[in-house]
Unconditional design. Structure first.
Ligand code: SF4
Length: 85
């Protein structure tokens, strides 16, 4: 299936509350440094993490974005780079 979205994590600003890992443990895990990681996410030079996701995985990760108290989780459309949340 074609990946339609990119899940993004502004990791440097994560406060390690673990809400995302509770909402979507298939996609998020806590790291030993106290911050969360996108499972199998790609680490970018600026500290951000990204993972391409399917349409079917949009809703659960939208919930993680809504659960994050410091707004460091976002989803953009892969093709247009338009920010959805
Ligand atoms: S919900 Fe936000 S602040 Fe909390 S661990 Fe996840 S990314 Fe970090």
């Amino acid at each position: 299936m074609t990946k339609k979205y990119i899940l993004q994590h502004n990791r440097p600003d994560c406060i390690g509350c673990a809400a995302c890992t509770a909402v979507a443990p298939d996609f998020w895990e806590m790291n030993d440094d106290g911050k969360s990681d996108i499972k199998n996410g790609k680490a970018l030079d600026n500290g951000l993490q990204e993972l391409e996701i399917d349409e079917k995985d949009f809703e659960i990760n939208k919930e993680t974005a809504e659960s994050c108290p410091v707004d460091v989780i976002h989803i953009v459309e892969k093709e247009t780079k338009k920010k959805i949340i």
